[in-house]
Structure formats: structure tokens, C-alpha cells
Design a protein around this ligand. Structure first.
Ligand SMILES: [Ca+2]
Ligand SMILES: [Ca+2]
Ligand SMILES: [Ca+2]
Length: 407
């Protein structure tokens, strides 16, 4: 069951010492139960935690979120997609809102919010939280596979005004329907989440509006075993992590420091973009020396955010030294505070998840090495008045890295 979520508070870190010790932040039990990242799941391998793909927190309120589209017939075109805060106490926690007039339709009216969100290949399930208006409209999720075959999962009526979390197992939950030109009834990867939606039922009412909130779209991983490929600690940080660019690009400056929570000693990049907006593009590169596995798989990386909306962009190197810049399956702007698990597939011919590559033959040969995280000051939403956009300094931490080979 989902409820309005409270984030784990970001621990205060004293700056200045080489090794900065941080007391572990602990929440009261009733708060921890409502948190999508309860403390015991922080740094866990991805088969024991939900990996979020879109939480809507980075989008403007009152507008249709970029990348999301409403589609359908004339009736459906009256439906609107907006983003709203989940509750007043947590304005940064936002959700997708599907709304529109109830009538005069006398039959069910499907309303779709589509994004074509690429699912990491290690996913074995899809998770989504939904909150309804007690209207009884059936909530559904559609997936689409490599062959443009669409699979529909009807997850039941939105009869509750509380948050409800649904999980679809990609191996065990049978879809209610499937269609497509190359229809074979199988989910052939790579998979995308095509849309979420409701079949709006007028229920005799022809006035007023339906209103359904969707949040925290994510995946579950398993039963494949996760392989820890990097666990930070004092020795590993000293030996395997560094600032790659001296001097940094633009007006940026940064230092790598150590922080600690429980037994984990991990690197934190303390950065300063150097001047007020507007400013030239500035970025820093945190270099890692991490082998990620011999073949194709999905990489999971715990990143401690500062809510700054800085970008964290992953780079890989293949066997012939070619550099590949990837994108996470998640939104790349750091909108969150505290720990979050990011993921990316590292086989470009299968996922098209890379952005660009240089210095090689254009093919990705294993074994792969995780090269770096570029921390960039790109702020695509910095015109939004209700977001803290003028922050010039911040701190982003880097936790354990896991690798899940594909079967
Ligand atoms: Ca949210
Ligand atoms: Ca298929
Ligand atoms: Ca190559």
C-alpha cells in the first residue's frame, strides 16, 4: 500500500575534515513504514528494493509533464494531464494527475497517459502507485515490447482515495489483452511502459470531473542475483575514486570528501558552480575504477541527492578504450534528497540507452568498465519560480554499485 511519502532527511555533514563522520539518520517506525526508501533498504542490492523510474517530482506543477502525452478519441482528448503536489506539506513530492469531464459519455471512456518509458532489462516487475476519486474507474497499465506488441494489465477500480501500490510480475501476471502487428503473445525485450490510464465510468453522473493521481512508477528486480561490483569504504574511495578533470570545466570547482553512515564510508562531491545564473555550462567529473562484468546487464548505482537539480551522467569505457555516455532509466536531474538507486542497461545495441560515444569503433565490446559520473549544472526547469534554482553549491554522494547480468 502506498501512502503520501516522507523522505528520509538528508543528514547534516560538517565540512572540512578528510574523514567526516555522519550519524545515521533514523526515522520513527511509523514514518519508516510509509517511506519508499526505509533505512534498511538503503544501499541494498536492487533485488530487495523498488527501483523508481519516474516520481514526477522534477516536473512543473500545473502543466503537462514533458515526455508524457494524453491520447485517444475526441472524448478522450478532453482529458488533461497535469502535475500537482501530493500534499501541501511536501511540495516537492509531485504526482501525475489525469482529469477531465465525466459526461455525457454513457460508456466507458479510456484515458491514457503515455510516455514510452524504457524498462531496465533486469526488471521482472512493474510497480505503480495510484490514488482515485472513488469513481470506480478501472486503472490499467500497458506495456509494449520490441515487436510493437502491446500488453494490457487491468489492475482494478480506483475505488480508494488512499494511495494503492500495484505490482505487475512480468513472468506471472497474465495480461488481460495483447495486440500488435507481430503478435506472438510473448513479452520480447526491450520493454517499455507505454501508458497508464483509466477506463472512466460515468456511473450515471454526467457532471463533474474524474480525477486520478499516479506516482512512483518503478520496477522490481529478481530473482536474478545482484553482483556487488563496488562497495565504498575508506580504502576503496582512496584508491578508486577521484576528480577526473583538473581544472574543471567552466567556473565549477569541487572537492571529494568522505562521509559515513553506519558502516559505509562513501565519497561525496562538494561542488560550487562559481557564478550566478545565467552562467556558462560548468561540470565536474568524478572518476571511478570499477569493472562491471564481462557481458550485458543492468547497472544499479546508489546516489545520495541534494535536491539541487544538478545532472549526474554516467560514462562507461569498453574493451578498446571507447567512451560511452549513457543515461539512467530515471530522470537524470537530482531532484531527490537522501539515497536513491539509479539504473541503466549497458548494452547499447539492445537498449539505445547511450547518448553518445567517442574514441573507438562505434561498437561496445566487453568487458566494460564504469568510468565516471559527470556532475553537470544543466537545469532544464530553472525557469520554474517555485523551485530552488539559484543554488550554486551542493553535495552529491555515491554509494554501492550492483550489476545484474541478463539471462
Ligand atoms: Ca512523486
Ligand atoms: Ca512479442
Ligand atoms: Ca569499441
Amino acid at each position: 500500500m502506498g501512502t503520501p511519502r516522507s523522505r528520509q532527511p538528508w543528514p547534516t555533514i560538517a565540512v572540512g575534515a578528510v574523514l567526516v563522520l555522519v550519524g545515521a539518520a533514523r526515522l520513527p517506525a511509523q514514518q519508516a513504514a510509509a517511506d519508499p526508501y526505509p533505512p534498511q533498504e538503503v544501499w541494498a542490492p536492487p533485488d530487495s528494493c523498488t527501483v523508481l523510474l519516474d516520481d514526477f517530482d522534477s516536473y512543473d506543477t500545473g502543466k503537462r509533464p514533458p515526455l508524457w502525452q494524453a491520447y485517444g478519441t475526441d472524448d478522450q482528448a478532453k482529458a488533461r494531464l497535469t502535475v500537482e503536489a501530493v500534499d501541501e506539506a511536501q511540495p516537492q513530492d509531485r504526482a501525475l494527475v489525469l482529469t477531465g469531464p465525466l459526461g455525457p459519455a454513457t460508456k466507458e471512456m479510456p484515458v491514457e497517459a503515455a510516455r514510452w518509458l524504457l524498462l531496465p532489462a533486469a526488471a521482472d516487475g512493474v510497480r505503480v502507485s495510484v490514488k482515485g476519486d472513488s469513481g470506480g474507474h478501472d486503472f490499467h497499465v500497458r506495456l509494449i515490447d520490441k515487436d510493437d506488441e502491446t500488453f494490457g494489465y487491468i489492475l482494478g477500480p480506483v475505488a480508494s482515495e488512499e494511495w494503492v501500490t500495484h505490482t505487475i510480475s512480468l513472468t506471472e501476471t497474465p495480461p488481460q489483452y495483447s495486440y500488435g502487428q507481430k503478435h506472438n503473445g510473448r513479452l520480447d525485450p526491450p520493454l517499455r511502459l507505454q501508458s497508464v490510464g483509466v477506463a472512466v465510468r460515468p456511473d450515471g453522473r454526467h457532471e463533474g470531473e474524474f480525477r486520478v493521481l499516479v506516482d512512483d512508477i518503478g520496477i522490481t528486480v529478481g530473482p536474478t542475483e545482484s553482483i556487488p561490483v563496488w562497495t565504498p569504504g575508506y580504502a576503496t574511495v582512496q584508491d578508486e575514486v577521484g576528480l577526473a578533470m583538473q581544472p574543471p570545466v567552466g567556473t565549477a570547482s569541487g572537492t571529494l570528501e568522505l562521509a559515513q553512515e553506519d558502516e559505509l564510508i562513501y565519497p561525496v562531491l562538494a561542488y560550487d558552480w562559481g557564478q550566478e545564473l545565467p552562467r556558462p555550462n560548468s561540470y565536474l567529473e568524478v572518476a571511478f575504477q570499477v569493472e562491471t562484468g564481462a557481458g550485458d546487464g543492468t547497472l544499479f548505482f546508489w546516489v545520495q541527492g541534494d535536491g539541487s537539480r544538478a545532472y549526474v551522467i554516467p560514462r562507461m569505457v569498453d574493451a578498446d578504450g571507447e567512451c560511452w555516455q549513457f543515461q539512467w532509466a530515471q530522470a537524470t536531474a537530482v531532484t531527490w534528497r537522501g539515497w536513491r538507486c539509479l539504473s541503466m542497461d549497458i548494452a547499447p545495441e539492445r537498449t539505445a540507452a547511450y547518448v553518445e560515444h567517442w574514441g573507438g569503433d562505434g561498437a561496445m565490446q566487453p568487458p566494460y568498465r564504469f568510468l565516471s559520473i559527470v556532475v553537470d549544472d544543466l537545469q532544464p526547469y530553472n525557469q520554474v519560480p517555485d523551485l530552488p534554482t539559484g543554488e550554486l553549491t551542493g553535495r552529491i554522494g555515491f554509494g554501492p554499485v550492483y550489476y545484474v547480468p541478463w539471462k
